[in-house]
Design a protein around this ligand. Structure first.
Ligand code: LLP
Length: 422
């Protein structure tokens, strides 16, 4: 069951609510629209897949979407959190996440953030020699021992856009196996500061083949065998995040959370490990679309353009990764509307400002609603205020069909406030 559907008469619905009706009720500007029940269903898909794997943790990668209301909802559903900055860590704690279900990741963690992590008792992934030194220093300052996992870079190709590949041997993340012994010796040398509890890897994002996860998991359990052979009692295998979603709405059969978990289940059980996974996109992306209005239609040379009020400022993935996100109109086109091939662009002063290229759509009238789908992950969290576009408000449709604002839109006054008193 998916939250966004087209009715036979051509109107887009979010669950049982007409998107056009929502547009008429809320502020006249681009906005993000979520389905709360879809988020619940996405979490349940993971929870059900993990049945039989005791003490497993779903660590939601907050970078995908840091809306506070969404975080609270995910926490209530039992998720932990994966963090890459001190602010993400503080936000997770404020949203009530259980620190023992939180994992602090990153290749450039700074001392002051590591001190908070040490005080709060979250898991910390060790990424490099200097990172280990900083974690030791933080443990001393906080006066507490830190539970660490070694982030191993397994050199498995995730077969994705190079900007979202992280587990290749030349990437900036993690440690390579030839250095493993150095890290094990360093942990042994700091028995009061560090407790090694597991190993972590993250291959990349938008992965659509579960064999890739399995290949990495095979390597990882071998490392865990090696680590245990040296007397460490490690219990956790963290296989990171990265499961892709069907951005093309192609109905192609893509792996589900169950396929992902099933492909590593026997390995995890064979070593009596607790599994940690770090999904971001697959928990949140498909629960949301960016709702825009058509400003006008124009033609230049051989190109037809639909110009909308949303832009690369609200949603940068097409510009940054040449990513495809499905686009459709929220209402039926008049029967005489001509269907053409359009680039869907925003008002920002860059030719990189496009939301979709070469899309076949009926020529829309001014003011028509146009949505960019699968906008729940890495869209609002990567939004900027370029051209003073100001970050959009967010709403969700709840289980009972009511529409609630879950984040205020930024305003011109918010911008002016940064200069007050200067
Ligand atoms: N764990 C770690 C260590 C990560 O670096 C990431 C994402 C995740 C988990 C969550 O991955 P997911 O399940 O969401 O694929 N901005 C890009 C994606 C960057 C992903 C960064 N790391 C995009 O819009 O496609």
């Amino acid at each position: 069951q998916h939250c966004f559907t087209k009715s036979p008469d051509g109107f887009l619905y979010c669950e049982d609510t007409k998107v056009q009706d929502i547009m008429e009720k809320v502020e006249k500007r681009p906005f993000y629209l979520y389905s709360k029940p879809q988020i619940t269903r996405n979490v349940e898909a993971y929870t059900e897949a993990l049945e039989g794997l005791k003490n497993s943790i779903i660590g939601y990668a907050i970078k995908a979407n840091n809306n506070f209301k969404i975080l609270q909802h995910l926490r209530k559903l039992g998720c932990g959190a994966v963090l890459v900055s001190g602010n993400e860590l503080k936000l997770a704690l404020r949203a009530g996440f259980d620190p023992t279900k939180c994992i602090f990741n990153g290749n450039g963690k700074i001392l002051e953030d590591l001190i908070i992590a040490a005080q709060e008792g979250v898991f910390v992934n060790v990424d490099s020699e200097f990172d280990l030194e900083n974690i030791v220093a933080a443990a001393r300052i906080a006066g507490s021992k830190v539970n660490v996992l070694l982030r191993i870079n397994p050199d498995v190709d995730p077969q994705v856009h190079p900007y979202v590949a992280t587990g290749n041997k030349n990437s900036k993340f993690g440690i390579r196996n030839e250095k493993l012994q150095w890290f094990l010796d360093a942990v042994k040398a700091h028995p009061n500061e560090l407790k090694l509890v597991g190993a972590h890897c993250h291959l990349g994002s938008t992965i659509t083949k579960v064999d890739i996860f399995r290949d990495a998991a095979v390597l990882m359990v071998n490392y865990i065998d090696e680590i245990r052979a040296q007397g460490f009692e490690v219990d956790y295998l963290n296989i990171g995040g990265g499961l892709g979603i069907d951005y093309y709405h192609s109905c192609a059969v893509l792996p589900t959370p169950r396929d992902l978990i099933d492909t590593v289940r026997e390995l995890v059980l064979s070593r009596n490990l607790n599994l940690i996974i770090e999904p971001g996109r697959s928990l949140i992306a498909n629960s949301c679309c960016l709702v825009n209005r058509v400003t006008g239609v124009k033609t230049n040379g051989t190109k037809n353009f639909i110009v909308i009020d949303g832009s690369m400022a609200e949603l940068i993935r097409p510009s940054l990764y040449d990513a495809y996100q499905h686009i459709e109109l929220v209402s039926p086109a008049p029967p005489d509307a001509e269907v053409s091939t359009f680039d869907v662009v925003g008002p920002v002063c860059e030719s990189a400002d496009f939301l979709g290229k070469e899309r076949k759509l009926p020529t829309p009238a001014k003011g028509t609603g146009l949505v960019v789908h699968d906008a729940g992950a890495y869209c609002m969290s990567m939004a900027s205020t370029y051209n003073l576009k100001m970050r959009p408000p967010e709403y969700w449709v709840e289980e009972d069909g009511s529409v609630t604002k879950i984040r205020h839109g930024e305003t011109f006054e918010d911008h002016i406030r940064f200069f007050e008193g200067l």
